[in-house]
Design a protein around this ligand. Sequence first.
Ligand SMILES: Nc1ncnc2c1ncn2[C@@H]1O[C@H](COP(=O)(O)OP(=O)(O)O)[C@@H](O)[C@H]1O
Ligand SMILES: [Mg+2]
Length: 349
Amino acid sequence: MIEYMEDWFRLAVDHLPVGIIAIDREGRIQILNRLLAKLTGLEAENVLGEPFLKLFDGQSSGSNKLLQTLATGREYQSLKPESVIPVNAVTNLVSNIYAVKNKSGTTVGAVAVFTPERRLQELEKTIIKVEKLAILGQLATEMIHEIRNPLTAISGLMQLLQQHLKGTPKEEYVTIILAELKHLNSFITDFLLMARPGYCKPTQCSINQLIKEVVALVECEASIRNLIINLGIEKNLPIVNADRGQLKQVFLNITRNAFEALPVGGELFIQASSDRQQGVVRIVFRDTGTGIDKQTLANMFNPFFTTKESGTGLGMFISKKIIDNHGGHIEIQSEPPSGTTVTVTLPVA
Ligand SMILES: Nc1ncnc2c1ncn2[C@@H]1O[C@H](COP(=O)(O)OP(=O)(O)O)[C@@H](O)[C@H]1O
Ligand SMILES: [Mg+2]
């Protein structure tokens, strides 16, 4: 095996998308990978095993950083190529130099890695963009909070007005306004939840308990629409380390979606079981609703994607974010028109 190792190593180094040159303790070139050979015009068969100094061809090598690293063990970052190799290389490269040390910490070699400068700049640009987005996100969150307060006042006053206008032709206007306000409000609730996905306070959660709480929240609606909820929860389910509020939100989102897809008299099965071998708890929500077509299935985790007139399209997006944050998975299976199965898998504490 060992005899092939070197070949594998060379093959790997030759195919890296960065340029590499390495010298040993005696200052002899031990590695010149394919990309750097191409960029510098050097040929590996001519320089491997040869002294690095040979490349200088009579010029001074005094300030060469690769040799300095070999001599002092000091490492360098973002150097211009000309301070590393005395050969005209493509100018838009930057180089980092690393010292190779043996077990006792003595420098026994030096490696220079060249990366295209453009890549670094792109990376920097991306970081700035992400930071800007984060600030925008914070601003938006604060704005939304500001919007919520007057909205609550408007809703309250509208409800009063509705009582005044009861039985008159104008009552319908207020009803429409109230419905729109309700939609706005659920949008805000979902947005605020989404705006703090990183905010996660894990505690020891009983899934059994959580499911029962969610069912209690929707029981009233279920009885009005004659929906049947069947629970199948394994006894002694292991405890899950999770943010209680967030998990509840996920289960509620999935249950609400199921309800919205169910016809009168439809059924929702909620099953929870543990897979001790894989160290997970699996919670399965199966409804006998409309099912989900392929296009919706492909998009339903995207933010703002909804097929409902008054949907926010944030429920599944947020749910997936929360479950991902907990190291779990969320999976959807559907065969329209015979219903949908949503499976949430969570690691056991
Ligand atoms: N159980 C389900 N049955 C049928 N369609 C579903 C189900 N769950 C989700 N969907 C589809 O996924 C879309 C996105 O869901 P969601 O992100 O919760 O947003 P919203 O419920 O506000 O539309 C829904 O509009 C619906 O088309
Ligand atoms: Mg929803």
